[in-house]
Design a protein around this ligand. Sequence first.
Ligand SMILES: [Fe+2]
Length: 247
Amino acid sequence: MKYLILSDIHSNIQALNKVVDNEKYDRIIFLGDIIGYGADPFLCYKKFLELGGESAMGNHEYGVLNPLSLMNFSENARLGVLHTIKNLPEEYVNHMRNLPEYIQLDDCIFCHSMLDQPLDFSYVFPEDKDSIFLLASYRRMSELGAKIMFTGHTHKPCIFKMTGNEGVEIYPSKDGDIYLDDKLYIINVGSVGQSRNSIPKAHYAVYDTDERKVSFKSVDYNIREAAGRIEEEGLPELLAKRLYLGI
Ligand SMILES: [Fe+2]
């Protein structure tokens, strides 16, 4: 079984279309933040539903449903959520209410952020080897019988490997394949629609469950068009500019 795993689309339909049009897979799973920041939340949510509609709850979906949580958002993030609220039909918002905190398929978990308290949306960056949120997530994975968790949220792809005695090794991800051994892994697949690893492409991963192989991938997409749409919609200029830089 090949899972196509996509996180943090952020209303970037150009990036989403490019990824799904070019990839072969058996099942597609989203890790949340389909909307927010970018120009086209309606088209992205529509496409997500057409593709199967399976996603964990992201903090931007949670922001649409729980306006009080926007107090923790930056000004630009808040404006992106307000743009989403203005452009999504009620039917889609109702669908969003039912997104789960995480999805588990056999020994594999899909979650927007960390697993211990998924709706706290804690940030664990590639350098945060000693994060309590990371260790708590490993504990929860063990309780659930999971060996691997896919996550997003920071928009920075990387691999956290639990090596025993609560030690964690971190590998920066670059495009290519890794084969998993019997340790526990938390794998950040990066962001499709708003890369922040200085590589301005759409980032994602494919997991082959038979081979236990994770392939990190990235593709170019039409950034000019995505940025142009952000300007057309009157969203902050910085949200358009950052797409060119991947920051
Ligand atoms: Fe995000």
